[in-house]
Design a binder for this molecule. Sequence first.
Ligand SMILES: Nc1nc2c(ncn2[C@@H]2O[C@H](COP(=O)(O)OP(=O)(O)O)[C@@H](O)[C@H]2O)c(=O)[nH]1
Ligand SMILES: [Mg+2]
Length: 263
Amino acid sequence: MPSKPPKPTQPAGRTVVLPDDWSATPLTVVMPTYNEAGNLPGMADALMELELPGLRLLVVDDASPDGTGDIAEEYVRRFGAERVGVLHRAGKEGLGRAYAAGMGRAVADGARYVLQMDADGSHPVAKVPEMLGVALSTRAGVTIGSRYVQGGTLSDAWGAHRRLLSRWANAYAGTILGTRVRDITGGFNLWREDALRAIDLASVDSAGYSFQVEMKYRALRRGYGIVEVPIHFEDRVVGESKMNLMVQLESVAMPWKLRARAR
Ligand SMILES: Nc1nc2c(ncn2[C@@H]2O[C@H](COP(=O)(O)OP(=O)(O)O)[C@@H](O)[C@H]2O)c(=O)[nH]1
Ligand SMILES: [Mg+2]
């Protein structure tokens, strides 16, 4: 079967310009990777080009067989350890475990804000300064790059079935947990450092994608404010989704688990 030609990453777009003391905020972008060799360079280049001198990229690679970890090391050499770091992990343990490790490291290394971002081109790099600006001006504990607030959009490649499933997954978790967060399943989230400390990453239960829901729920329970900034969510550029049945089952069970534990 002929493979689809790779699509360009999200257009660079216009970025907001922050005042100097804001753009220098120590911000670490934590990016989990598993077989993202075709996507990581585009993402890393675009992040390094942002006018955010305080931005650091931390790649969390689970020993990807396609050499993603080596590519990340090239970026460390090119931009210096101040701006790019790599956390090499022994094997594939899931998105949630990779994030918990990377976000913990980022806070320990002095980040004031930590941004979760997929490596596959789905999340718009151009929105990073705006999200940081919103976080700093509102003092929100969590600033979500949201598909489901006014102005948020989904890739044209998403058919009716996928749109409905994503909407449904959001409504499912939100209803069980009694939250009004519009994009509780989303993975493009900016965290204030003290919110992460309060959450206690080491005790997070989720191994897979339910990490996104569990983290936001924990933040709400601890009284942190959440704001949502609209984004355009694009389909992955190249490579394959790592979603599988195990992580889907975990995502179905997790809201019930969290609710039971909160009682
Ligand atoms: N380190 C690590 N990264 C992962 C793992 N599973 C997924 N990822 C990364 O997490 C991000 C989101 O995964 P993706 O497959 O795009 O999820 P989808 O968009 O929901 O299908 C991508 O950057 C993946 O490479 C994992 O087990 N370990
Ligand atoms: Mg993806």
